[in-house]
Design a protein around this ligand. Structure first.
Ligand SMILES: Cc1ncc(C[n+]2csc(CCOP(=O)(O)OP(=O)(O)O)c2C)c(N)n1
Length: 639
């Protein structure tokens, strides 16, 4: 059979691109795009961003000497072409599969994944670090950062641009401008990029050549001639300087990010240009797959799909918890004009898209700016509003000091809503939300709750809307509502847990309790399943839905510890600083004399894979809970 990737298959590292003509590089680009489509349609993954970086990556890599040159990718979700051009075609069908290659950049995975990523806004900082290290070592490799138009708007990117413009070392920043974040990009800088995009490609060559020649070492006339016929028409005339020029970069652009021959010419011409360069490439997210071009938002991150059908499969059953949150927030907003919602570039992911439509004047997408989102919410709260700041657990890590310093110290009633708390699955360690109970739990005066299912999540949203004595955070997992728990409901009261009981034993008749399983949020369903399995073996496990991690229900533990000698706590958070450690401290400090088994995530970064597989491998499934109860059963009370 003919190898449909005949050029790509010859590439082990980017230096191999050197042997190809421009016509052959066009073939390479075609094959890279096809390999992405063929594989992502099988594995799922980030589709539209990667289709948009194909020509950019081929041209850049064909122009560099890599290694030792270095390219640092921002976020890493658009680096599949990079993976394919660094010899990972044979393993590309394992993309995002358990034990397969990661969907992001990862230093352990490949030597040319020079800097790991997953969170946005890191590339320019890291690349500048590489450049400074190079300067210290006295070597001469080129360093390039590639960032999207949304990622480059993040505060950290601007901190780095500010520093780079001042340092004046050799660094190329490539802006991959497709006008999209996951949703349409927002903000004044985005409007500014639109203005830059409308500039003509050909500029005043002679004037620009003079400026650029000064930056070039070696025999100027030869290079000047090259510049006159090559790169100079990409530079803006001096009198219409861009913001990047004002802060010390040379601005080159706009360049068509799918015009491979032109990109090659630009990147090759820039190889010897000194100082900080800013290359503005215009790309199309989803390029080459019509439906993804038409709706890149829908095709940003996809599950497996049939390539020929050009449509995504219907989502599996169950109501996504994000939608439950979004609907509940719309309900409280209908009754309370002070309710406002904030997202940091994730209107779909956080479930706020309905709110955005219905309450546009009370909705703020601040872009990839979690730190600003938190302090902005603090300002809103101080100004008398009721802000719901919806940020994934993993991305709120960015705003830790803002939560502590701007919100908690001032007791401001900001409502944090953390989606994707716990193991998220295929995105892996950069995205698992497994630290929030620890990093939020250590902040004085910040309440934390975790619903067991969608119904309780909605009730907690209603509770949060009325709670104005201080900040509160609700964390919930990625996925749909599992409504398999007993339907008895008690109202959500701050600091009080809910006793679900022993399966098969009427509430109030629990005369014999062999173990208490005290579960947090996503772990309540597995705890109940475990209790059902234990009941079949004649073991009475009483399930408690923690609801609150801070303040938690110590009175209930006091009471239960008189009736039972084994407590199992289970949470989808790292052990260190999590719920179980609070319980353990309490048991020890108050001499409750019960045995405590603490089930939580290990002190390590959990790899990517399907959520159920990861939970099982970390001992956070029903079987593991059964085992924990059985092992602890019959053991003597600890004094
Ligand atoms: C700190 C942080 N916040 C939010 C996200 C979620 N996120 C992943 S990709 C993305 C959009 C990135 O847009 P852009 O940088 O323009 O790249 P594109 O996908 O358009 O190529 C967002 C918001 C993230 N990865 N990191």
């Amino acid at each position: 059979m003919e190898n449909i990737y005949s050029h790509l298959a010859q590439i082990v590292n980017p230096l191999d691109l050197r042997k190809f003509t421009t016509a052959e590089l066009l073939e390479v680009a075609k094959e890279v795009r096809q390999a992405i489509l063929d594989n992502v349609s099988q594995t799922g993954g980030h589709l539209s961003s990667n289709l948009g970086t194909v020509e950019l990556t081929v041209a850049l890599y064909a122009s560099l000497d890599m290694p030792p040159d270095k390219v640092v990718w921002d976020t890493g979700h658009q680096a599949y072409p990079h993976k394919l051009l660094t010899g990972r075609l044979p393993r590309f069908d394992t993309l995002r599969q358990h034990k397969g290659i990661s969907g992001f950049l990862k230093r352990e995975e490949h030597e040319l994944d020079v800097f790991g990523a997953g969170h946005a806004g890191t590339a320019v900082s890291a690349a500048l670090g590489f450049a400074a290290a190079r300067d210290q070592a006295g070597t001469a490799e080129r360093v390039v950062a590639v960032a999207g138009d949304a990622s480059i708007c993040s505060g950290m990117s601007w901190e780095a641009l500010n520093h780079a413009g001042d340092m004046q070392t050799d660094l190329t920043v490539v802006l991959n401008d497709n006008r999209m974040s996951i949703a349409p990009n927002v903000g004044a800088l985005t409007s500014y990029f639109t203005k830059l995009r409308s500039r003509p490609l050909v500029q005043d060559m002679a004037q620009m050549a003079k400026r650029i020649i000064q930056r070039i070492p070696g025999p100027a006339p030869r290079i000047a001639a090259g510049l006159r016929h090559g790169v100079t028409h990409y530079f803006a005339p001096e009198d219409t300087g861009t913001i990047f020029e004002e802060i010390g970069f040379e601005y080159i652009g706009p360049v068509d990010g799918h015009d491979l021959p032109t990109l090659l010419e630009v990147f090759r011409n820039l190889r010897d240009v000194k100082g900080p360069l800013f290359v503005h490439a215009i790309t199309v997210k989803g390029k080459g797959y019509d439906v993804a071009e038409d709706d890149s938002r829908k095709w940003h991150g996809v599950s497996p799909f049939e390539l020929e059908k050009h449509e995504l499969p219907a989502k599996a059953g169950g109501v996504p918890l994000t939608q439950v949150f979004g609907d509940a927030l719309c309900e409280v907003a209908a009754d309370d004009p002070k309710v406002v919602a904030i997202t940091a570039a994730m209107p779909d992911g956080t479930g706020l898209n309905r709110f955005a439509k219905e309450y546009a004047d009370r909705y703020h997408d601040v872009g990839i700016a979690e730190q600003h989102a938190v302090t902005f919410a603090a300002g809103l709260a101080a100004g008398g509003m009721k802000p719901f700041c919806a940020i994934y657990s993993t991305f709120l890590q960015r705003g830790f000091d803002q939560v502590l310093h701007d919100v908690a110290i001032q007791h401001l009633p900001v409502r944090f809503v953390l989606d994707r708390a716990g193991l998220v699955g295929d995105d892996g360690p950069t995205h698992h939300g497994t630290f929030d109970l620890s990093y939020l739990g250590l902040i004085p005066g910040l309440d934390i709750c975790a619903p067991r299912d969608g119904t309780e999540l909605a009730e907690m949203v209603r509770f949060m809307a009325t709670w104005d004595k201080g900040p509160v955070a609700m964390r919930y997992p990625r996925g749909t509502s599992d409504d398999s728990l007993p339907e008895s409901r008690t109202p959500v009261v701050r600091g009080q847990a809910e006793v679900l009981g022993i399966p098969g034993v009427p509430r109030g008749d629990e005369s014999r309790i062999d173990a208490v399983v005290w579960a947090v949020g996503s772990m309540v369903v597995p705890a109940w399943k475990a209790a059902c399995a234990l009941q079949d073996q004649g073991v009475h496990a009483l399930v408690v839905n923690a609801r609150w991690v801070k303040p938690w229900d110590t009175a209930l533990l006091d009471e239960l510890s008189d009736r039972c000698n084994h407590v199992v706590t289970v949470e989808e958070n790292v052990r260190s600083g999590g719920f179980g450690q609070q319980v353990r401290d309490y048991i020890v400090e108050n001499g409750l004399g019960v045995r405590h088994t603490l089930l939580a995530l290990p002190d390590s970064f959990v790899e990517h894979g399907p959520q159920p597989v990861l939970r099982k491998s970390c001992g956070l499934d029903a079987d593991s809970i059964v085992e924990a109860v059985l092992v602890g059963r019959g053991s003597s009370r600890l004094a």
